[in-house]
Design a protein around this ligand. Structure first.
Ligand code: NAP
Length: 316
């Protein structure tokens, strides 16, 4: 199979590319500005969603068997700063890709988010009524509707939760953002009543490849890890995994008036029916933490900053 992955330079897309190669499929990797090498054979190619003609030409030239859309403006703050630009990627780009994929008969997998829910009645099934609080959540919900309206065959939308993993540039995942904030001398406040059900990108990528392999699994699904945790507790566990003093994180509350608004308080998923249909098993927080690495450009800082850098053995 020839599998096209959009968002290949991102946290999730890069893991999907590795999983595609690992399963022995042929990879077409696409990014926006960054170029990433996955092996001597596979490098990402720049294919911005803004260029509709280039997008169409590329897929008609390459004619992939499956297309995975991990490309997005994935930061809610960035979406708030430029909602129109974000809409072009999160909604228009996704919808255009779904149409092209349907036209060439390629299986299409689109990634969405738990932020389509308001967090008032977790855990959510994929059949529950969404009610996004943020512009990011509203755009992702619109993308789901537009993508699902293209066809009800050969297409799956997978909603996912907060991601743990290692991004190619070492800046996009939770632990990378926490460590970078500490490196720049900031004290971080995380909320002990903002509950999430994090997910490993490696585990999720295996599920995505399984979804490609199983054309009978169509429609809207949920995937996550198998445990809930507060953002504060997750931050503490990340610092402990790397031998860094957990007092570097301050305990805050989402209920403080200045923190209320667009952030759902409690987001978690029921993983059925997908969990009983795929071989992959959702991971615990401990299993997810074991996969995390210190980004290479942070080694020098990390050696000096950590109380016990030896409790984590990085690939120095
Ligand atoms: N991260 C999370 O915790 C999380 C949680 C729930 C759901 N999700 C969803 O999961 C998916 C992947 O998220 P992620 O965290 O892996 O995102 P990410 O690390 O921010 O990566 C986003 C990718 O999209 C590409 N992209 C951005 N603008 C583009 C454009 N105009 N044209 C083409 N490509 C463009 C980026 O390319 P360049 O790097 O080259 O600009 C990058 O490869 C998204 O759909 C997101 O909404 C993420």
């Amino acid at each position: 199979m020839k599998i096209a992955v959009l968002g290949a330079s991102g946290l999730l897309g890069s893991a999907v590319c590795r999983s595609v190669i690992h399963r022995g499929y042929s990879l077409l990797a696409y990014s926006n500005r960054e170029t990433i090498s996955f092996s001597d054979q596979y490098h990402s190619k720049q294919l911005p969603f803004s260029d509709d003609n280039q997008l169409t030409r590329e897929f008609f030239d390459q004619w992939p068997d499956a297309v995975v859309n991990c490309a997005a403006i994935s930061s809610p703050d960035t979406v708030d700063q430029s909602p129109e630009l974000a809409h072009l990627v999160n909604v228009e780009g996704a919808s255009r890709l779904a149409s092209i994929s349907a036209h060439i008969g390629a299986r299409f997998i689109h990634i969405s988010t738990d932020m389509v829910f308001d967090g008032s009645t977790s855990p959510y099934r994929s059949t529950d009524m969404p009610n996004p609080l943020s512009e990011y959540g509203r755009q992702k919900l619109e993308s789901e509707k537009r993508v699902l309206s293209v066809t009800d065959e050969n297409l799956a939308v997978l909603r996912i939760t907060l991601l743990n993993g290692n991004s190619p540039l070492g800046r996009r995942s939770q632990h990378e953002k926490i460590l970078r904030a500490l490196m720049s001398g900031k004290k971080l406040t995380l909320f002990d009543d903002e509950i999430r059900q994090p997910c490993s990108v490696e585990n999720l990528s295996d599920v995505i490849v399984e979804l490609i392999e199983r054309p009978n699994l169509n429609g809207l699904f949920h995937w996550a890890g198998n445990e809930e945790i507060s953002r504060y507790e997750l931050g503490i566990r990340i610092l402990k995994r790397f031998g860094i003093n957990p007092e570097n994180i301050i305990r805050g509350s989402i209920k403080n008036p200045e923190n209320q608004g667009q952030r759902p308080q409690h987001l978690s998923f029921i993983l059925e029916p997908l969990a009983s249909k795929v071989r992959s098993v959702p991971l615990s927080i401990e299993e997810q933490l074991k996969e995390l690495q210190i980004p290479k450009d942070m080694y020098t800082w990390y050696r000096k900053f950590a109380d016990s850098p030896n409790c984590y053995i990085p690939r120095f």
